[in-house]
Design a protein around this ligand. Structure first.
Ligand SMILES: [Zn+2]
Length: 111
């Protein structure tokens, strides 16, 4: 294993150690159960070897579900830092729409 890969793994293990496993949290966007700790590219102090990107600070990661994590990382991979504000807004809107749908479905039973 390369030095970078090792540092990347240790950083992720540190997040789980300090903040618990991701699945014990809810996704910050859609409120479903999270599955992974995702690096927040907007606020993280990033370390990279030119391929892997990570942060040494556990607070630089957010709990995300698989679907939101995929959308977030794909937007970042495609358009870099510039895409983040937009993808963040889109994911929040999508999460909000989902919460409204669930709320409507729950309250429909009372009508
Ligand atoms: Zn989500």
């Amino acid at each position: 294993m390369t030095v970078a890969k090792n540092a990347y793994k240790i950083a992720h293990r540190k997040v789980a150690h300090m903040r618990g496993i991701a699945s014990s949290q809810r996704c910050i966007y859609c409120r479903r159960h999270a599955a992974q700790w995702a690096l927040n590219h907007s606020r993280a102090t990033k370390v990279t070897d030119g391929h892997l990107v990570w942060s040494e600070a556990p607070d630089d990661y957010d709990p995300l579900c698989v679907a939101c994590h995929r959308i977030y990382d794909q937007a970042f991979a495609k358009d870099g830092q510039d895409a983040l504000e937009d993808v963040d807004r889109r994911l929040r809107d999508k999460g909000l729409a989902r919460c409204l749908l669930e709320f409507t479905a729950r309250t429909a039973r009372w009508r």
